[in-house]
Design a protein around this ligand. Structure first.
Ligand SMILES: *Cc1c(COP(=O)(O)O)cnc(C)c1O
Length: 435
């Protein structure tokens, strides 16, 4: 006779066995990857695994779960929507969640934003933004096709997203299929004047530059690289003066991550197009948004049917996803959430000043609720740096989930985390580099 523990062991191990048998995980080294952790439940800032361990989700599950897991309010709203209208075609038809969400997002976005286009994830939100720019110029009868982007950028895994992203190990296999992009370095005090001069001379000598795309203030996948709003502002100002359309990829930085509602709120010059996803639904449902200024939309309003923006996905504006986003927005509009964001930002700022001269760290930086620790190793800072696995394993042993970008360990916790939990997590970081 099996006892209950044995039965449970068999059920659990068969999941891992079948995972290995049938599932291909993303961004995963298929030969050397550790067995995945089998998660069975989420609550607040924590996951529970099949062995009964309680694990702190220090990275909001790939930067999406703003309010933690299984938040009762969002779960309630999603389940109500599921009883009412779970999905509907979005061409020739509309529904309340999509319209209300569009109206409320426009209320929060910079003043020049006036239309919301829905898609399914961050990559598609970027893809739509790029295509809007190309369609805009096409509809004007000009052949502008070239984009400017930052070195080390990450804008998703679809072909347009990969093209404007850095050329690296992520996309080597597809390199010759990606379109040409002008990659420029991140601006800083030293290079800003040269950068502006270089850009201006391009604009003067070439008439094929269509747009400029950037991750405002923080380049996420590049290793949480941070740069100043005032420099970005100057570049946007220069581009807009030369009629180059500016796309802010706020897929990661949106919804309070940088300390303001959007990173674009730090800028005086408003981007023409803004891409959102990740935190949009509080981590509940896949959804992407590409917001744009009126002139982009107007360029597709024409008697000529060939000027239509021919883009859409089967699940565009899925009502359940829109309801999750509306519920997440309700929470974002609560003062308590902003107190939490300020609490997290404050602790991160203190941690940075305290550990600035820590010898094992090459750098430590923070912006809002994002903290990045660049661990010194004898390899250079790189996504494939072997420190990554050691760091993840160390933290998992302490019941904390992190997913370093090479030797860059970062924390991007859900806003529901308590001060004490966060302090404990920062102590584990200090233990790690004092070990
Ligand atoms: C994650 C990310 C994307 C891609 O989003 P997915 O939902 O993973 O397709 C695009 N841009 C930025 C800045 C991101 O961080």
């Amino acid at each position: 006779m099996f006892n209950l523990a044995v039965l449970k062991f068999i059920a659990v191990s068969s999941i891992l066995h079948n995972d290995n048998q049938y599932v291909w995980h993303p961004f995963t080294h298929l030969k050397y990857a550790e067995e995945p952790v089998h998660l069975v439940r989420g609550e607040g800032a924590y996951f529970y695994d099949a062995d009964g361990n309680k694990l702190l989700d220090a990275i909001s599950s790939w930067w999406v779960n703003l309010h933690g897991h299984c938040h009762p309010y969002i779960s309630q709203k999603v389940s109500e929507q599921l009883q009412t209208l779970e999905h509907a075609i979005f061409s020739s038809f509309t529904h309340t969640p999509a319209v209300t969400l569009a109206e409320r997002l426009i209320g929060h976005l910079p003043d020049n934003q006036s239309k919301i286009f829905y898609s399914d994830n961050g990559s598609t939100a970027v893809e739509v933004g790029l295509k809007m720019v190309l369609q805009y110029w096409h509809n004007q009868g000009t052949a502008k096709k070239k984009f400017i982007a930052f070195e080390n950028a990450y804008h998703g895994d679809t072909f347009g997203g990969m093209s404007v992203g850095a050329r690296n190990v992520f996309n080597n296999a597809f390199d010759n299929l990606l379109f040409d992009v002008i990659h420029i370095p991140l601006p800083d005090d030293e290079n800003i004047e040269d950068l502006k001069a270089t850009l201006q001379s391009w604009f003067t000598n070439h008439d094929d530059i269509a747009g400029f795309i950037f991750e405002p203030l923080v380049q996420g996948a590049a290793g949480m690289l941070m740069y100043e709003a005032k420099h970005l502002d100057e570049l946007i100002g220069l581009c807009q003066k030369n009629r180059i359309i500016c796309i802010a990829d706020e897929v990661m930085t949106g919804f309070g991550r940088t300390g303001k509602f959007f990173a674009s709120n730090y800028l005086h010059h408003h981007p023409d197009i803004i891409c959102l996803s990740k935190g949009l639904t509080g981590g509940y449902m896949p959804l992407g948004v590409t917001a744009c200024a009126q002139f982009i939309y107007d360029s597709c309003v024409s008697d000529d049917k060939t000027k239509t923006f021919f883009h859409g996905h089967s699940y565009t504006a899925n009502p359940t996803a829109c309801s999750a986003a509306l519920a997440s927005l309700d929470l974002m509009e609560k003062e308590g959430t902003w107190e939490q964001i300020r609490m997290i930002s404050g602790l991160f700022t203190d941690f940075v000043s305290k550990n600035k001269y820590q010898t094992l760290l090459k750098d430590v930086r923070s912006k809002g609720t994002i903290l990045a620790l660049e661990i010194g190793t004898n390899e250079h800072t790189h996504y494939l740096n072997s420190a990554s696995d050691d760091i993840a394993t160390y933290f998992l042993k302490r019941n904390i989930i992190v997913r370093p970008l090479g030797n860059v360990l970062y924390l991007i916790p859900p806003y529901c985390i308590s001060k004490q939990e966060l302090q404990e997590m920062l102590m584990v970081c200090e233990d790690f580099f004092n070990k």
